[in-house]
Design a protein around this ligand. Sequence first.
Ligand SMILES: [Zn+2]
Length: 209
Amino acid sequence: MKLVFLGPPGAGKGTQANLLSRECGIPHISTGDIFRENIKNNTELGKLAKSYTDRGLLCPDEVTNRMVEKRLKERDCEKGFILDGYPRTIPQAEFLYKIIKLDKVIDFSLPDDIIVERISGRRTCAACQTSYHIRYNKPKKADTCDKCQGKLVQREDERPEVIMKRIEVYNLQTSPLIDFYKKKGLLSSIDARQGIEDIWHSVKKELKI
Ligand SMILES: [Zn+2]
C-alpha cells in the first residue's frame, strides 16, 4: 500500500501513520527523518540540504525530491509506505506522481478552531517533559506535574498566535495539493475531529483492511 498522509498540525496523522505502519508492516516515512538521516550520515544530498538550511533557506524541491526518491527505493518500501510531510508543494507532488503509483492520499481534516484548541491546551512539565492537556488530559493539580510536581508550561510554538500562523502556512501549502489529488481521483478525506480510536477505525475502513 503506497500512501500519502496530509493533515494540519494537531490532526493526529503521525499517530495514525504509526498505527498503520505496525498493522501493515510498512514504513512510516516522515521528511524530517529523511533529512536528519541524510545529514547524520553526511551523504551528498545531506550536505547539499544542509548548505541551504544553514543559511536559513528552504531546501529546494529538487534536493528534497531526490532524497525521497532514494528512500523509497530502499528494500523496506517494497510492500508500500506511508509518506508524512511530503509532498508539500505542487512540483513535489508532480515529481512523486511521475516516479510512483500511489494507492491513496488520505487527508485528515480538522477545522482551524479545533486545531487551536487542541494544540494551545497542551502543557509540558518543565522538569520531566510529561505532557498534559488542560481539557483532555488534565493534571490532578492545575499547572503541576502529577509525576514529579514540576511546573507545567506552554511551549512557545503551542501559543495560539503561533498556531494560527502555522495553520495559515499549512492551508496555503496544502489546498493546492488537495485539488491536485482530487483531480487524480486519489483523495480520501477523514474527519479528524473524532478520537484516536474512531479515526483509526475510519482509516481501516477507507483502506479496506
Ligand atoms: Zn514532571
